[in-house]
Design a protein around this ligand. Structure first.
Ligand code: GDP
Ligand code: MG
Ligand code: ZN
Length: 414
């Protein structure tokens, strides 16, 4: 293995998404790479699937003596361990109903690890759906892992490898490396780390107006804490562009929701940044990189239970207004992305109909809307939850088919 150059930063250099079919081993692999189980929400544990995006940071290290790459603090050879690169992993759910969440995750990732189980025929439904989502979002840096190789013979592994190569032919992942691993038995993790070290670090825009996409929001106070000891509301997410500093005055749009005569009203919020945290590091200034937490002066009641997820944050007066109707130039797929070729024939995608509900993903927001106008491929959708549309926002479009939200196409806001 080559010797790599160390570029350790206080913020992660890359956001890497874990994608792939349910049960193929994303969460297990993330645990191998970060020492953290991302399935921590009780609801997720109950249902046994990952619902919200899970985050885990990791530092890739190299042994000075034997050159092996690891995320652990020790090498078996006893050599000295040097930190090389700080990265952030995002666990993206694999359940088909949660495709929309997956798309919202794709808005904030630089690269993806596509996990494919070697003991199942390839591709399964979400393997296809997620690869299409990556193509849609233009995520070119993809590493394919062929997981669970401990469960198959060499011959079966080769057959599965050929299926994978056939599946990715003529797609954005055509030239992606395929690394055989066992996430559970920690086999070949060093080879995967080598591919992660080879991923290019994207050029970050630090000079534009800062825009931060809120993926989660929470209240870190313990019940019964005295008011004087309360910590302000926390917002977690990704800084897309620009810089944020402690003490900055910020605004949050569309903001807080309230009910008035049965109608939901959104009120933008303004506050001050009290602290910025990247992984375990407290920082004074944040630049675009991995997931970041902003501590504010907001009443923590306003941020609890992800109530501000999907909002956009910027400097006071600099965030575009949220819109509750979107004009979208749509491109629909020919058929619903299904498991078997035969089934797809029965799942042709009908054109969008007036008044039909669609689920849209814009930035990190998921919103349901009703189609109010149709003109060729252009539609106008009236949204339940208004969204802040950023330049070059791509929209994922899902339709409810047999009780499941299925991706039927994509579009651009105009
Ligand atoms: P996810 O739905 O993609 O996040 O999959 P999980 O990480 O939850 O894994 C699903 C199941 O596969 C769990 O029971 C894991 O223990 C198991 N699993 C994951 N990776 C491996 C592997 O490399 N080998 C074997 N034998 N089992 C694995
Ligand atoms: Mg999982
Ligand atoms: Zn070593």
């Amino acid at each position: 293995m080559n010797k790599f150059k160390a570029t350790v930063t206080t913020q992660p250099l890359l956001n890497i998404g874990m994608v792939g079919h349910i049960d193929h081993g994303k969460t297990t692999l993330l645990y191998q790479l970060s020492g953290k189980w991302s399935d921590t929400h009780s609801e997720e544990l109950k249902r046994g699937i990952t619902i919200k995006l899970g985050y885990a940071d990791s530092v890739i290290k190299q042994c000075e003596k034997c050159n092996i790459l690891t995320t652990k603090d020790k090498c078996e050879c006893g050599g000295n361990i040097i930190p090389l690169r700080y990265v952030s992993f995002i666990d993206v759910p694999g359940h088909e109903m949660l495709m929309a969440t997956m798309l919202s995750g794709a808005a904030i990732i630089d690269a993806a690890i596509l996990v494919i189980a070697a003991n199942e025929p390839c591709p399964r439904a979400q393997t296809r759906e997620h690869l299409i989502a990556l193509e849609l979002k233009g995520i070119k840096n993809i590493i394919i892992v062929q997981n669970k190789v401990d469960l198959v013979s060499e011959e079966e592994a080769l057959k599965n490898y050929n299926q994978i190569k056939e599946f990715v032919k003529d797609t954005i992942a055509e030239n992606a490396p395929v690394i055989p691993i066992s996430a559970q038995q920690a086999v070949n993790i060093d080879m995967l780390l080598e591919e992660i070290m080879n991923l290019p670090v994207p050029e970050r825009d630090t000079s534009s107006n800062p825009l931060f996409l809120v993926a989660r929001s929470f209240d870190i106070n313990k019940p019964g804490a005295f008011a004087s000891n309360l910590s302000g509301g926390i917002l977690g997410g990704i800084l897309k562009q620009g810089k944020l500093n402690v003490e900055d005055e910020i605004e949050i749009k569309p903001g807080m929701t309230s009910k008035k005569h049965n109608e939901t009203i959104f009120t933008p919020l303004t506050t001050r940044i009290v602290a910025l945290q990247s992984g375990k590091n407290q920082i004074k200034e944040a630049v675009p990189s991995g997931s970041l937490a902003i501590q504010t002066e907001l009443d923590p009641m306003l941020t609890k239970a992800d109530s501000l997820a999907g909002c956009v944050i910027g400097l006071k007066g600099k965030v575009p207004d949220a819109s509750s109707s979107l004009n979208i130039h749509t491109t629909l797929f020919k058929e619903v992305i299904g498991e078997e070729k035969g089934k797809e024939e029965e799942m042709k995608i009908a054109p969008v109909k007036m008044n039909e509900p669609l689920m849209l993903s814009v930035n990190t927001t998921i919103t349901v809307g009703f189609v109010k106008k149709i003109k060729g491929n252009d539609i106008e959708v009236l949204l339940k939850i208004p969204v802040v549309v950023l330049p070059d926002s791509k929209v994922g479009i899902a339709r409810n088919i047999g009780g499941h939200w299925r991706l039927i196409g994509h579009g651009e806001v105009f």
